[in-house]
Design a protein around this ligand. Structure first.
Ligand code: SAM
Length: 275
């Protein structure tokens, strides 16, 4: 049965182009166009946006983003085997899909669509997903070049992104995301929705930038979160000892007997600013 967008079903595309999934590239493909549309819809209005997608693979999510009316899509795919399949999608939507063959970790995202409103939507390869997110959270300037990030991660990573204090998943990633964005879990996706199925459940997370985050030096925030969560079961007087210990905590007006995971975002910012 042909898909609703008039392009061939993804299963056929994968077979015709010999796109058997490679584990090293984190390839778990989504073939259900209802599900890929649900992910694309989570991003909000995209008609006036350039959507940047990482890892389009055979193009399931790309097709959903285009069918939902994105003004333009720029997709970065590392696996050259996928490029002919993506060229067919590009031909079906003239002038709206640009595919860049290359490594997303080496891509200058800010330079892809300068001056245009951007949303990033991706079913991320598990091995580079967290690094890409951190890069997008730490661009040269803030507010960032993107209006939103709608990203699929392993559920465990999703929980770390949205975690707040007094949550076992709270850590460096939760502090960074909480400092600069409003992040929420949109929905879970079970392993059997993918081909091949991964071992664990995945989650779609949506993040929007806070225009004016609390003033704080990124490097200092990284240092305090790394030290504090590096020994998360220990009292702060011990875990941040190398950064100044009790004197630092006194300057930040934080009880040295507390543990990292009880500190709110504001308190982490205070600690970073006291460094
Ligand atoms: N978007 C497709 C989907 O939802 O079915 C594929 C998602 S699959 C989880 C991840 C994709 O990212 C694969 O197509 C893989 O080849 C690609 N990929 C892996 N590492 C990459 C990298 N460093 N840069 C760009 N793409 C990468």
């Amino acid at each position: 049965m042909a898909a609703l967008d008039g392009l061939p079903p993804l299963r056929d595309v994968i077979q015709r182009h010999g796109l058997d999934a490679k584990k090293a590239l984190g390839q778990n493909f989504l073939l259900d166009l209802n599900l890929t549309q649900k992910i694309a819809r989570t991003a909000g209005a995209i008609e006036n946006h350039t959507v940047i997608e990482v890892g389009p693979g055979p193009g399931g999510l790309t097709r959903a983003i285009l069918a939902l009316g994105a003004k333009r899509v720029i997709a970065i795919e590392r696996d050259a085997r996928c490029l002919p399949a993506l060229a067919e999608v590009s031909a079906h939507y003239p002038g709206r899909l640009t595919v860049i063959g290359g490594d997303a970790l080496k891509t200058d995202f800010e330079a892809l669509a300068p001056g245009e409103p951007v949303r990033i939507i991706a079913n991320l390869p598990y091995n580079v997903g967290t690094q890409l997110l951190v890069n997008w959270l730490l661009p040269k300037t803030w507010p960032p070049f993107w209006d939103s990030l709608t990203l699929m991660f392993q559920r465990e990573v999703g929980l770390r992104i949205v975690a707040e204090e007094n949550d076992d998943h709270y850590g460096r990633l939760g502090v960074l995301c909480g400092w600069r964005t409003r992040a929420h879990m949109a929905f879970d996706v079970p392993p059997q929705a993918f081909t091949p199925p991964p071992k664990v459940t995945s989650s779609v997370v949506h993040l929007e930038p806070i225009p004016n985050p609390l003033p704080c030096d990124v490097a200092s925030l990284e240092r305090v979160t790394q030290a504090a969560f590096g020994q998360r079961r220990k009292m702060l007087r011990q875990s941040v000892k190398s950064l100044g210990g009790e004197a630092l905590l006194a300057r930040a007006e934080i009880d040295p007997q507390r543990r990292a995971e009880t500190l709110s975002l504001d308190e982490f910012v205070r600690l970073a600013n006291a460094l």
